[in-house]
Write a protein that binds this ligand. Structure first.
Ligand code: ADP
Ligand code: MG
Length: 748
């Protein structure tokens, strides 16, 4: 493959010696010219804007002011010598301070000459100051004055000069800054880099695509992202580069998806037989909702198609995903395949097991439970019965992905509350099916660094038929995110709750309303209902969280005294046995209140519970709040979710509470969550995998993503191997990106 100028090692750039090169690599992962070019500014400072001094305040990130200097003075003792000067215009004055280089600065400060001062205003010793400002003479004498690395104004046209109205700001580190590579130092490197490579940056989008979306050429976009002439040029450059970034991700995802769909390697579940029919006629305790029926149909089509199913099932909390999963497992059983259901917590696995065991009793399908606490002896027996095929349905936690767990004939993997599992775990589960022809390598699933790598496991060598995979989540994922993380999965949505449910009423209470809250709780309890009280549990402040829980519990015990009231307590510090016992008491209605940390968050189903009280609600993210709220409202009665916070809330916290009070729609909540937290954070809690976006922002760039996806679809459906001449630029770039991915060794 042809190499491009982008692959030139960074050492070869003028101004980068071996030492700087070493630091650029270790600190910023900049190994090549290409890496430097793609080290985009994270922000721009508007140098076209000048402030009057009376407009300046410490909130401004930067201010640029024209004025004059007076009252230059040295202050402080020898070792702490500092230089100060008043800087004034017709509206007022501000102090300039230098702690370093005072002697030298002193020489160039001229009273009554006009300067442009640029810097971050701060409050220091009760006064507004700019410390170590950038300083330029407005009307330079011959030769001009250049302080602190600023080029003199006569060099304004040159890239990197202050003539740029939008000055880029680059991320850097202390070590790099100490070597002269602060933001401006990096800008200088880029300036000399562009002088060198400007003409030889290869285009990586086809002519058609550029024309269709009116995109800047790549070399122009890269130049303008670093050296924008104005806001409009910058915007165009950003759009082009965002498009490019998202486009190549989509090419990768869609290539995998399309080639998988072309192959005919899936296990075929040809029939719906006795198990399904009997279950449907004799056991199913309610009629399915239309949405459930539709989704089961979609899944059945997949299972019978000869293609491997990879389906994401989204449905709000309480929409009845478990029943859909169970029906699918019965289809597997009807076709003599085993299936398994993996849940993220022990409590949830137990609950699934109990419910399913109860439902399947009549059918005589052997169902087993495997969790971290399953005893060794039981475990051995269970392994045996999985291998000989006696166990048809296995339910458990991530204990299911341990090495020793081997199936005779695994046909379907259901993963519940998927956002709780790492991609790695998801992928390992799919390796659980022994290859149709022995293959040593399948015992060691590769490491997954990118969520989309999952799809590669899904397409193993041709002789293996992987099990079908159904991934379920109650955290609705914004479309943009789903298209990126789950872009290779088909999506089914249950958009309907079982009939008879009343929408949950959500209220926001502050501390002053505690009596009112207790009153509500008492009223509900007197009607025979039950109440959850949940405390956050955050790793860093675990101790504090437990203290909150304990104090809260004490207060509750006073207001809800025994024997009239009984309270269960469940938290992570308790032994498994104790937790189960307490949970059990609540399930059996022996207790009316369940006080817990977030262990109950996922999936637990107690239809009789009608109130969810969330303490310190401001400390929860939106999707978590929504999840918790979904624990109630499962019966026919009116249910309530009470968000308790202190009086003072930040703007984010306030918006979260408002959103919760205003809507029950999980998708709306997910969108707001994405806006608030950004994709990175959201992913952090949803996935252990990562998506590294350099410039695009999934919360903001939905439109560009749509365009990129559409374009990728068009390109691939016409030319899946990117072999046509018109697609050469795309193919070349794609190959480079793939190669870079394999080359993980260079990233420590
Ligand atoms: P989730 O989608 O949150 O996993 P579950 O599968 O736990 O929801 O279902 C929530 C509750 O709704 C369970 O008690 C379940 O038995 C009940 N349920 C599911 N489907 C229906 C239906 N079609 N009609 C009535 N109740 C249903
Ligand atoms: Mg569930």
């Amino acid at each position: 493959m042809q190499t491009t100028v982008f692959e030139t090692p960074i050492e070869f750039l003028k101004g980068v010696g071996p030492e700087r090169a070493k630091l650029l690599k270790s600190e910023l992962n900049i190994f090549t010219f290409g890496d430097l070019v793609c080290h985009y500014p994270f922000r721009y400072v508007d140098r076209s804007r000048f402030y009057k001094i009376n407009e300046v305040n410490a909130e401004l990130p930067y201010a640029q002011i024209i004025g004059k200097i007076r009252n230059i003075s040295n202050a402080g003792a020898n070792r702490q010598l500092r230089l100060t000067a008043d800087f004034y215009d017709e509206t007022g004055s501000i102090e300039l301070i230098w702690f370093q280089g005072a002697k030298w600065v002193r020489k160039v400060l001229t009273e009554n000459a006009e300067f442009i001062v640029f810097g971050k205003p701060v409050y220091f010793k009760g006064k507004l100051n700019i410390i170590h400002p950038e300083l330029n003479l407005l009307k330079p004498k011959t030769g001009g004055q250049d302080l602190h690395g600023l080029e003199n104004p006569s060099s304004r046209e040159k890239p990197g000069g202050i003539g740029l109205t939008l000055q880029p700001v680059y991320s850097t580190t202390e070590k790099l800054s100490a070597m002269g590579l602060n933001s401006r130092g990096i800008q200088k490197l880029l300036s000399s880099l562009f002088e060198k490579i400007q003409g030889s940056i290869p285009e990586n989008l086809s002519e058609d695509i550029l024309l269709k979306w009116k995109l800047l050429k790549r070399n122009e976009a890269l130049l303008k992202i670093h050296f924008p002439d104005n806001a409009r040029a910058l915007k165009m450059a950003q759009s082009r580069l965002k498009f490019e970034e998202l486009f190549f991700i989509q090419i990768e995802i869609l290539k995998i998806k399309m080639s998988r769909e072309k192959g005919l390697r899936g296990l075929v579940f040809a029939k719906v037989g006795e198990m399904v029919n009997r279950f449907y006629k004799e056991i199913l305790p309610f009629s399915l909702t239309e949405a459930q029926k539709r989704v089961i149909k979609e899944i059945r089509r997949d299972l019978g198609s000869g293609k491997q199913m990879n389906r994401l099932l989204q449905g709000d909390v309480g929409s009845g995903k478990t029943m859909v999963a169970l029906m699918c497992m019965l289809i597997a059983a009807d076709n003599n395949f085993q299936s398994c259901l993996m849940a993220p917590t022990e409590i949830l696995a137990n609950q699934h097991y109990r419910n399913i065991l109860f439902l399947l009793e009549k059918l005589g399908l052997k169902t087993a439970l495997l969790t971290g606490t399953t005893k060794a002896k039981e475990r051995r027996e269970l392994h045996q019965n999985l291998l000989n095929g006696e166990i048809k349905i296995l339910i458990g936690t991530h204990a299911l992905i341990e090495e020793e767990v081997k199936f005779k004939n695994l046909g379907l993997v259901v993963i519940d509350e998927q956002h709780r599992f790492g991609v790695e775990q998801r992928a390992k589960m799919q390796m659980k099916r022994p290859p149709d022809i022995p293959d040593e390598s399948s015992e060691h699933p590769p490491e997954f660094r990118n969520p989309n790598d999952l799809a590669k496991v899904v397409s193993p060598p041709a002789f293996q038929s992987p099990p079908h995979v159904l991934v379920m989540t109650a955290t609705p994922i914004p479309r943009t995110l789903a298209m990126t993380i789950y872009g290779d999965l088909d999506v089914s949505v249950i958009d309907e709750l079982p009939p008879g449910r009343k929408p949950i009423k959500t209220l926001h209470f502050t501390d002053a309303q505690r009596l009112q809250l207790y009153g509500m709780m008492k009223k509900e309890i007197s009607m025979g209902h039950q109440v959850y009280v949940v405390y956050p549990l955050i790793f860093e402040s675990e101790k504090l969280d437990y203290k909150h829980l304990e104090e809260g519990l004490e207060a509750l015990e006073i207001s809800f005294p025994k024997p009239q009231f009984q309270i269960s307590v469940v938290h992570g510090k308790m032994k498994q046995k104790g937790r189960e016992l307490e949970m059990e008491r609540f399930l059996k209605k022996e207790t009316q209140i369940l006080v817990s940390t977030t262990v109950i968050e996922v999936g637990v189903d107690v239809p009789n519970a009608s109130v969810m009280v969330i303490e310190n609600a401001e400390r929860f993210g939106l999707s978590q709040l929504h999840q918790l709220r979904g624990r109630v409202g499962r019966g026919a009665e009116q249910s309530y979710c009470i968000l308790c916070t202190g009086d003072k809330l930040g703007p984010d916290g306030r918006l979260r509470m408002q959103t919760m009070v205003q809507t029950n729609d999980g998708f709306k909540i997910a969108e707001t969550d994405l806006q608030l937290r950004g994709a990175g954070d959201l992913l952090g809690t949803m996935q252990s995998g990562e998506i590294n976006l350099r410039i695009a922002n999934l919360a903001l760039d939905g439109q560009i993503l749509q365009a990129a996806r559409k374009t990728a679809e068009e390109v691939l459906s016409d030319d899946i191997n990117l072999a046509k001449p018109a697609n050469l630029p795309v193919a070349t770039q794609f190959a480079i990106l793939q190669k870079g991915k394999k080359d993980w060794s260079r990233i420590s």
